[in-house]
Design a protein around this ligand. Structure first.
Ligand code: CUA
Length: 176
C-alpha cells in the first residue's frame, strides 16, 4: 500500500508541475492559434474571396473614421495580397491578416515585425515606421513548393506624401 500512495503522490506532483508551467507560459503559446481556439476573430477561409472583410476591394490600407490606418492583407499559396503596399511614416498602422490555406508568416525584413497568418483566424499587429524606406516582406514559414518566392513589398513614404497618387489611395503601390 505505501508504494501505491507514493505513485499517486508522484503523478499528482507531475500534474501540478505541468499545470504551473502552462499557467506561467500561456502567453508564449502562438497567439493567433489561441485566438482561433477561443473563437475570437474567427473567419471562414473558404469564403474570404466572396464576402466580408478580406474581399479583394477591401485589401490594402484604409483610413478609419478616427484617422487611424488599417492595413488588411491576405496570404495564400504563394502570394501576399496586395503584393506591394504604401504606408506613411510616423503613423501607427494596424495590420489585420488572415490566410486562405496554409500557415504563412509575413516578416518585415530589417525589423522585428513578424505576423503569423492562420487559416480560420485573423491576426492583429500594430506597426509603425519612423523613416521612409522600402522593406521586403517575405514569407517566413515553409508553406509549400512556392514558399521561397512568396513575398510582398512595403513602401514607407513621408507622412505628407501619403497617398502619393490616386492609384495609391488604398495603400497599394502604383504599377511601376
Ligand atoms: Cu507562405 Cu511560406
Amino acid at each position: 500500500m505505501p508504494r501505491r500512495v507514493h505513485q499517486v503522490g508522484f503523478f499528482a506532483a507531475v500534474i501540478l508541475i505541468v499545470l504551473s508551467i502552462l499557467g506561467t507560459r500561456y502567453q508564449e503559446i502562438d497567439v493567433p492559434l489561441l485566438r482561433s481556439l477561443q473563437g475570437h476573430n474567427r473567419i471562414d477561409p473558404l469564403t474570404l474571396h466572396l464576402s466580408g472583410e478580406f474581399v479583394e476591394g477591401n485589401l490594402g490600407v484604409k483610413q478609419d473614421a478616427d484617422g487611424s490606418l488599417t492595413l488588411r492583407m491576405l496570404a495564400e499559396q504563394y502570394f501576399f495580397i496586395p503584393h506591394c503596399v504604401v504606408v506613411p511614416a510616423g503613423i501607427p498602422v494596424h495590420l489585420r491578416i488572415t490566410s486562405a490555406d496554409a500557415v504563412h508568416v509575413l516578416a518585415v525584413t530589417g525589423t522585428d515585425y513578424k505576423v503569423t497568418a492562420v487559416p480560420g483566424a485573423v491576426s492583429d499587429a500594430s506597426m509603425e515606421f519612423t523613416r521612409p524606406g522600402e522593406y521586403d516582406m517575405p514569407c517566413h514559414e515553409f508553406c509549400g513548393a512556392g514558399h521561397y518566392a512568396m513575398r510582398s513589398r512595403l513602401v514607407v513614404v513621408p507622412r505628407d506624401q501619403f497617398p502619393l497618387t490616386e492609384a495609391e489611395e488604398g495603400g497599394r503601390c502604383a504599377a511601376r
